[in-house]
Design a protein around this ligand. Structure first.
Ligand code: UD1
Length: 421
């Protein structure tokens, strides 16, 4: 397993490009299962999770080619409708194949995802919604066995907004007979990107960007081309890297509308931010970072996927702050590791109370999930001395060459291959 060695203290400076969004790709790729023929997904990031999804699709009999961030997916005849445990245990988003397989082939066998590093992550909303569309769902030996004749349009009222359940049911409902209404649907930009792709395939979905999606079922969908939106969490993480090091950085190919909540918070902290179309400049070179509270919520609120990175920033900010996660109440794996670096954080349920310290001090740290690992790298960038971030395969799941990007911005960061230590 690779690790990063970071010597903290360098102020980041320079330009960096934002990649395509992981969470869009992971929905767009399985959506192609609704079609036969060749679809083209542009701006696909080169990430471990994307390669895991490619592996899963190939297990089903799909052919893929991936060059220059363009992913071509060719479907002639599937050889299976089974998503094995070995994929789902690696990546929960594998469950996205359930809706399209069921809608197109009338059957799917998908391993039931277990808990994740920060606690339970149920999929009851996915399964209840599919049942409402007329599917029969059983659980056998850890697998969801779903069967159905043609799905039938219905009204689904989510008790809670869920990105995954909205995506899965959207895909399933496109081929249902009649109209499906999804109330209290997620409206994350990645869902809007999926709606755009499905409509290009010939689906009839309206109400995008609202909390109600209306899907008029069609008999068939055709392959299509789509541009993957830029990754708002990678953008946010890089901006925090600029802020925490009192640097000055420019991000290109960034959808700045999607990160308004993050920009607003960084400005509250004293960073100077300039937006010019898809370019954003953050200048924290002569600002002191001032503590600012954050409470996560669904889009357009502050994303839970930026909570860990924000706690790293607040750890060295001037003053006290509170960071509350309302989406995943147990998602605080990074806190004990940040304490090892000298941060001052107290937890009370889903709220971290942080007293900014003048200096963090390098240490060996590791985490068991993606964004927690990102927060440790950010902390390492300012910690005095050397920080070793172990198990960086979590970072490779969701950030394309993050070490290279940070190095190009002036960070003193080195990847050490697992077999070298
Ligand atoms: C997606 C993102 C993830 C992000 C999360 C919240 C992908 C691949 N992952 O995950 O990066 O952190 O959205 O923005 O896009 N819930 C239920 N029952 C369900 C489904 C969800 O109770 O059936 C709850 C969850 O426990 C959580 C909340 O709903 O409290 C939101 O989860 P959800 O939006 O579904 O997250 P994911 O789609 O798994």
């Amino acid at each position: 397993m690779d690790k990063f060695i970071i010597h903290g203290g360098a102020k980041l400076n320079g330009k960096v490009k934002v990649e395509g969004a992981k969470n869009s790709s992971l929905a767009l790729m399985p959506a192609t299962l609704l079609t036969c023929g060749t679809s083209v997904l542009k701006n696909t990031p080169k990430l471990k999770d994307v390669f895991t999804m490619i592996g899963l699709l190939e297990t089903l009999g799909v052919k893929t080619a991936f060059a220059d961030h363009t992913l071509t997916i060719k479907i002639e005849k599937l050889k299976s409708q089974d998503a094995p445990y070995e994929y789902v245990k690696k990546m929960r988003a594998s469950v996205y194949v359930l809706g399209p397989l069921l809608a197109k082939y009338g059957k799917a066998k998908v391993s039931m995802p277990g808990g994740c590093a920060w606690g339970p992550r149920p999929i009851n909303l996915h399964l209840e919604g599919l049942k409402k569309l007329g599917a029969e769902i059983d659980l056998e030996e850890g697998y969801i066995i779903a069967k159905s004749k043609r799905l039938i349009g219905t009204e689904i009222n989510f008790e809670k907004k869920s990105v995954g359940a909205t995506g899965n049911l959207l895909m399933a409902a496109t081929l249902a007979r009649g109209t499906t209404i999804i109330n209290n649907s997620a409206m994350e930009p990645e869902i809007t990107n999926l709606v755009q792709f499905l409509n290009k395939m010939g689906a009839k979905i309206s109400g995008k960007n609202t909390q109600q999606l209306v899907i008029e079922g069609v008999d068939e969908l055709k392959p299509a081309r789509i541009d993957t939106i830029s990754d708002r969490i990678e953008a946010g993480t890089l901006l925090v890297a600029g802020a925490i090091t009192n640097g000055k950085i420019e991000l290109s190919e960034c959808n700045t509308t999607h990160i308004k909540s993050i920009i607003q918070k960084l400005e509250e902290c004293g960073c100077k931010i300039l937006v010019n179309n898809d370019i954003i400049t953050l200048d924290a070179s002569d600002s002191e970072i001032i503590a600012s509270d954050v409470s996560t919520s669904e889009y357009p609120g502050f994303p839970t996927d930026m909570q860990a990175q924000w706690i790293a920033l607040m750890s060295v900010a001037k003053g006290n702050s509170k960071v509350t996660d309302n989406i995943y109440i147990d998602r605080f794996n990074h806190v004990p590791e940040l304490l090892r670096l000298g941060a001052s954080i107290k937890m009370d349920k889903n709220t971290a109370s942080i007293s900014g310290v003048k200096k963090l001090k390098g240490a060996k740290v590791m985490s068991t999930d993606l964004r927690a690992s990102a927060s440790l790298v950010l902390a390492g960038l300012v910690a005095k001395g050397t920080t070793e971030v172990l198990r960086v395969y979590h970072l490779d799941r969701g950030y394309q060459f993050i070490d290279e990007k940070l190095k190009n911005l002036g960070a003193n960061i080195k990847r050490v291959k697992g077999d070298e230590y």
